[in-house]
Design a binder for this molecule. Structure first.
Ligand SMILES: NC(=O)C1=CN([C@@H]2O[C@H](COP(=O)(O)OP(=O)(O)OC[C@H]3O[C@@H](n4cnc5c(N)ncnc54)[C@H](O)[C@@H]3O)[C@@H](O)[C@H]2O)C=CC1
Ligand SMILES: O=C(O)C(=O)[C@H](O)COP(=O)(O)O
Length: 367
């Protein structure tokens, strides 16, 4: 069995090496001719799996994407051609929660805000949105959820989009869709951007095209800019460079890049391929992980917001990501290079807190 995988997918050798002939290559460079004799293709979000890519893939029996988002895969085409498909729902949701928590604490320090006095709206209350909501509640924030597709089934817990957009902080967690009643392409459009209050904070850790980046630039260059946290960008890997100086935290689509999240992603594909081939799964994803660099901390009291930020930074330093992004901006291929060379990052749950109050578990720590 020949397996071709994106070179940025860890643990492929460990999981598939003894039953497949494994080759890897950069995800953006996979060409149709490379797939001629490939049985299994494992990709990440940067490989567009469509008619053109699969033109010569006569043996292909399985495609897996080690990601939550599937907007890069023509799943209808795979179904038509009888090619098995799997993604990794929820694999890196915890990492996205950690990223947004780190961002919230940075924003609060920057604006001299007490988060417990602020409202946060989550647009898209699925796996990643729920992780963010859980952390925000643990910070004492008032949380609004906006998810029209879920609200159609049961409106009880949801607010309308217009109300959500009035929150102090609005965090976006929707899949990228271009058609249908809940299409999310440019969900944040020029008209909406123009109507926001200058004190508001917007966070995008889902897909770049959900925000109109040109319209945002126009707003940021005007007299009343917003506070922005951007992990994802329209037209990645290209970035609208003039926007970056107007963004408080800028990162190269790494919100989900914890080692645990990546391990879960590859493992989900391993499980799906084992199921397709009637093979037993011999591993647990935890077995793939090395011990965390910092395993435990003993607290002597309830940490305040500043101490909490320090505690988060012991595991994940979002400012380091921001600095690396700004340093590299403009260099050829900088976006993909930062992602490829991304330092090993662990989830907050890898840190055990002794003496912690129970709400710390809501923030993602192990207590
Ligand atoms: N920056 C990063 O590293 C990462 C980005 N992502 C992106 O985040 C997206 C969301 O991930 P999950 O929460 O795991 O997906 P999910 O499928 O669990 O949840 C998405 C939610 O959005 C809702 N939704 C759909 N259209 C909407 C609209 N127009 N307005 C409001 N809500 C809407 C859905 O009903 C669903 O509940 C993924 O599709 C992916 O594109 C995911 C992981 C990492
Ligand atoms: O899971 C998703 O969806 C994501 O956005 C991934 O975390 C992005 O990772 P890559 O697939 O682009 O490496």
């Amino acid at each position: 069995m020949k397996l071709l995988a994106d070179e940025n997918m860890p643990f492929v050798q460990e999981l598939f090496g003894d039953w497949a002939d494994v080759a890897t290559c950069p995800g953006r460079d996979i060409r149709p001719e490379q797939l001629r004799d490939v049985d299994v293709l494992l990709v990440r979000s940067i490989t567009r799996v469509d008619e053109a890519l699969l033109a010569r893939a006569e043996r292909l029996a399985f495609v897996g994407t080690a990601t939550i988002g599937c907007d890069h895969v023509d799943t209808a085409l795979l179904a038509r051609r009888g090619i098995g498909f799997a993604s990794a729902p929820g694999c890196n949701k915890v990492a996205v929660g950690d990223y947004v928590l780190a961002a919230l604490l940075r924003v609060a320090a920057h604006k001299d805000w007490r988060l417990g006095e602020k409202t946060l709206a989550v647009i898209g209350a699925g796996n990643t949105g729920a992780e963010v909501a859980r952390r925000a509640r643990a910070l004492g924030m008032r949380v609004m959820l906006c998810d029209p597709p879920l609200a159609e089934r049961d409106p009880t817990d949801f607010v309308r989009f217009e109300q959500a957009m009035s929150a102090d902080i609005v965090s976006f967690h929707v899949p990228l869709t271009r058609t249908g009643p809940h299409a999310s392409w440019h969900l944040l459009d020029e008209a909406l951007i123009g109507g926001l209050h200058p004190e508001q904070v917007l966070i995008n850790a889902c897909r770049g095209d959900v925000w109109d980046n040109q319209a945002l630039l126009a707003r940021q260059q005007g007299p009343a800019p917003l506070t922005l946290v951007m992990d994802v960008w329209e037209h990645e890997p290209r970035v609208l460079a003039p926007l970056v100086p107007h963004v408080l935290i800028a990162s190269p689509h790494i919100a989900g890049y914890s080692l645990e999240g990546k391990a879960r992603g590859t493992f989900a594909l391993y499980q799906a391929l084992c199921a397709q081939q009637g093979r037993d799964t011999g591993f647990a994803p935890e077995q793939l992980l090395p011990p965390p660099p910092v395993a435990g901390v003993t607290l002597t009291g309830v940490p305040d917001q500043v101490q909490l930020e320090r505690l988060v930074r012991l595991v994940y330093d979002i400012e380091q990501d921001d600095r690396a992004f700004r340093r590299a901006l403009g260099q050829p291929g900088f976006f993909d290079r930062l992602r490829k060379d991304y330092p090993e990052r662990r989830e907050l749950g890898s840190l055990r807190l002794a003496g912690a109050y129970p709400a710390m578990a809501g923030l993602g720590f192990k207590v």
